[in-house]
Design a protein around this ligand. Structure first.
Ligand code: PGA
Length: 253
């Protein structure tokens, strides 16, 4: 099964989000269970979409972030229970924009991941190296370090409770893709490391997505790679036509 996940980032008002799904609902839903479709709108749109039953039932929803605590005096934060009270089932943790632009620490991301798992919200843990780190041959070290800290002392009873997204920072929103060889190498290393951290069975079952300038023109070749379980897509997920194309491509590979 392939996963097609759209990360809307800080785009779309409530009306724009509803219009997106009204248009997406007119396209062909994926047949059978070959493709799982996920969309990560902003919190405001997430609540409104749930209220209005505006999302086709073949689309799963997720939040782009989550608090590190269950509840309390944390102004501006949104808890797992609040996210689950919309239709959302998933949450992005450690997207590169939160690591590098907002400045979230590895320890904070670990707490967010544990807080989500405890509440049965499925984390999509994003990892990836910067260009400087890749040029210094530190991709493996950086990505393993991100996995080690985020998953420290985490015990899963089922690999489906976690998704990992490999997103090289230099490929996000830049139009520059990692090559298929770079993607295969990173995904193979991540898979081996997940097996070490979580045990062979569960580590072997965690879905690993690729993200970074994925679009309809390159998705068939990326999603067709044996080590790739799907894509986490930013820019190209904002237009219903392009998003529907990505879903159709995932069905065919
Ligand atoms: P992009 O973003 O597809 O626009 O490169 C991917 C992401 O940030 O998840």
């Amino acid at each position: 099964m392939k996963i097609v996940a759209g990360n809307w980032k800080m785009f779309k008002t409530i009306e724009e989000a509803k219009a997106f799904f009204a248009e997406l609902a007119t396209t062909m839903p994926p047949q059978g269970d070959k493709v799982r479709v996920l969309v990560f709108p902003n919190y405001v749109a997430l609540g409104a979409l749930a209220e209005a039953h505006a999302v086709p039932d073949w689309v799963l929803l997720g939040a782009q972030d989550v608090a590190a605590d269950a509840e309390g005096a944390f102004t501006g934060e949104v808890s797992p229970a609040m996210i689950l009270s919309t239709r959302a089932t998933h949450v992005l943790i450690g997207h590169s924009e939160r690591r590098h632009v907002i400045g979230e620490s590895a320890d904070l991301l670990h707490r967010k991941l544990v807080n989500s798992l405890v509440a049965s919200l499925i984390p999509v843990l994003c990892v990836g190296e910067t260009l400087e780190e890749r040029n210094a041959s530190k991709m493996k070290e950086v990505v393993f370090g991100q996995l080690d800290t985020a998953l420290a002392d985490v015990r899963l009873s089922d690999g489906a409770q976690l998704i990992v997204a490999y997103e090289p920072v230099w490929a996000i929103g830049t139009g520059v893709n990692a090559t298929n060889e770079q993607i295969e190498e990173a995904h193979r290393l991540i898979r081996e490391h997940l097996k070490q951290l979580l045990g062979a069975a569960i580590g072997g079952f965690v879905a690993i997505l690729y993200g970074g300038s994925v679009k309809p023109a390159n998705f068939a070749s990326i999603a067709g790679l044996p080590s790739v379980d799907g894509g986490l897509i930013g820019g190209a997920s904002l237009k219903p036509v392009a998003f529907a194309e990505l879903i159709a491509i995932a069905e065919q590979v």
